[in-house]
Design a protein around this ligand. Structure first.
Ligand code: NDP
Ligand code: BG6
Length: 526
């Protein structure tokens, strides 16, 4: 149970979920989801089917769901819709090229062929009725071929499109492609980020979509909410006695929520330059994680109860202080010809959020995100305060930390001070380590998109962003974004492949974070 660094592993490394006889519960019923029919013919329409997101995320997620039996060929049909004039066969071949990469097994390739046969492509504009009437005709034909009575069908529209066309596309869906009756079926819309650029544009978009669809039909996707360890956050916090008394200002000194990528914005410079790292990562992905780390316990697992608590904690965030912000832009960012030569867009930001409530008053939540840094990872690092009456000189070893590594190599570990094994009475820092790869060897962790599309089919909105949540998120960041857009705040330069501007580490230290020195982790072997 120990490794050479003194690491203590909380369970045998040789277990899969089944072998370790883990008792698992499904909470689907308790969530009291939507309540509308979840059977019958299902039509999934991917709008923007010719695009990058559709190819890399949406269709692969649908394929994996199909592969695992969640989409049955006798009830599901998938439609691709975009302006590009290609045939269904051409779309299938494009997708085959992408989805068959690295697959040699003939059974797998067989599954892929069966999946591709479910896909039909319709070409049309995003604001003209003709294309959407044709789409509706195709969906209806599919529904009648499955002997579905009028109105007993389920229609899911996935908007893999630039937000500028959301309103017109939603209007077209509303006018021409709706399921006939919500009593015997449903129409649901998955909307991708970015949801607006600031508070007013987000509110305008929400109002436009709100005129066309009820909130319960809208699924604003933030794929971080579909990540395994993000979904685990509330379980860990509220199902473990360990954490209940510790999770507060009395014990926690600071919390970091970090996103790093070791590549730049190549290929997406045009989009990125308009948005920047705060809108691309912090205002959505990191803030969603922040909500789950900081919110109070919900009354139940019902999606609305959970989302109510997320809104409350967002509303308790104090205005961001400019002295608690460091922005950066990597050298060479502006060499991309799709980026403005005078761009003031940050590709790196560290922002300290402070919550004005009983649990968190005084505890800095440090949100940090950057492109073109020295590594790729996303993690939450909860750093505890020092032990009072420190007879073992624990302070020398470093503070206790609870780290949740969202990616890569999902893990949770607690860094703690223990006696160094041996005759001497001395202490070292070690860890309780739950590395998913070791602990759950046979379990394939699903892609975030897979999970979230399945949630939409099941009518579970827990892991989607509600309108008031979105508003509260923009309220936090809009004043800061205005200052950046007006050129009042300027990003500091940093070298690609570095840790970002040194000022960011200085801010971290100022906020109270203490780096653990001399701690060496030796990875367990399988
Ligand atoms: P790290 O050593 O990666 O990072 C410790 C912290 O120090 C991070 O918050 C990092 O921030 C910060 N940091 C690094 N350099 C500086 C600096 N110059 N100034 C200020 N802050 C800095 O993580 P750990 O100590 O938790 O673990 C050490 C290694 O062991 C890691 O590689 C970890 O992944 C691994 N480990 C893995 C386990 C597992 O897989 N189960 C279990 C235990 C440990 P930033 O993110 O900004 O770099
Ligand atoms: C997207 C951002 O939302 O998330 C990208 O637009 C970023 O800039 C991506 O690269 C990161 O997602 P993941 O799942 O790879 O961490």
């Amino acid at each position: 149970m120990s490794n050479p660094s003194g690491g203590l592993h909380i369970a045998s490394r040789n277990n899969s979920l089944e072998r370790s006889n883990i008792h698992s519960e499904s909470f689907l019923e308790e969530r009291d989801i939507d309540g509308t029919p979840e059977t019958g013919c299902l039509s999934i329409v991917v709008l923007g089917a010719s695009g990058d997101l559709a190819k890399k995320k949406t269709f692969p997620a649908l394929f994996h769901l199909f592969r695992q039996g969640f989409l049955q060929s006798n009830e599901v049909h998938i439609f691709g819709y975009a302006r590009t004039k290609i045939s269904s066969e051409e779309l299938r071949e494009r997708l085959r090229g992408y989805l068959s990469k690295g697959k040699e097994d003939s059974a797998e390739l067989d599954y892929l062929s069966k999946f591709l046969q479910l896909i039909k492509y319709v070409s049309g504009s995003y604001d003209g009725e003709e294309g959407f009437q044709l789409l509706n005709k195709e969906i209806s034909e599919h529904e009648s071929s499955k002997n579905t009575q009028l109105g007993t069908s389920r229609r899911l529209f996935y908007l893999a499109l630039p937000p500028s066309v959301y309103p017109s596309v939603c209007r077209m869906i509303r006018n021409y492609c709706m399921n006939q009756s919500d009593l015997t079926g449903w129409t649901r819309i998955i909307v991708e980020k970015p949801f607006g650029k600031d508070l007013s544009s987000a509110e305008e978009l929400s109002a436009q979509l709100g005129e066309l669809f009820d909130e319960k039909q809208l699924y604003r996707i933030d794929h971080y909410l579909g990540k395994e360890l993000v979904q685990n956050l509330l379980v860990v916090r509220f199902a473990n006695r360990f954490f209940l008394p510790l999770w507060n200002r009395d014990n926690i000194d600071n919390v970091q929520i970090v996103f790093r990528e070791d590549f730049g914005t190549e290929g997406r410079g045009g989009y990125f330059d308009e948005y920047g790292i705060i809108r691309d990562i912090i205002q959505n992905h990191l803030l969603q994680v922040f909500c789950l780390v900081a919110m109070e316990k919900p009354v139940s697992l019902k999606p609305e109860h959970i989302r109510d608590e997320k809104v409350k904690v967002l509303q308790s965030v104090l205005p961001i202080k400019l002295e608690e912000v460091v922005l950066g832009q990597y050298d060479g960012y502006k060499d991309d010809e799709t980026v403005s030569p005078n761009s003031n867009t940050p590709t790196f930001a560290t922002v300290v959020l402070r919550i004005h409530n009983e649990r968190w008053e005084g505890v800095p939540f440090i949100l940090k995100a950057g492109k073109a840094l020295n590594s790729r990872k996303a993690e939450i690092r909860v750093q505890f305060k020092e032990v009072p009456g420190d007879i073992y000189k624990c302070q020398q070893q470093g503070r206790n930390e609870f780290v949740i590594r969202l990616q890569p190599l999902e893990a949770m570990y607690m860094k703690l001070t223990v006696k160094k094994p041996g005759l001497e009475m001395s202490t070292i820092q070690s860890e309780l380590d739950l590395s998913y790869k070791q602990r759950y060897q046979d379990v394939v962790i699903p892609e975030a998109y897979e999970r979230l599309i399945l949630d939409t089919i099941r009518g579970d909105q827990q892991h989607f962003v509600r309108r008031d949540e979105l508003r509260a998120a923009w309220e936090i960041f809009t004043p800061l974004l205005n200052q950046i857009d007006d050129g009042v705040l300027k990003p500091l330069p940093y070298k690609p492949g570095s840790r970002g501007p040194v000022e960011a580490d200085e801010l971290l230290a100022k906020a109270g974070y203490q780096q653990t020195h001399d701690y060496i982790w030796i990875p367990p072997t399988l």
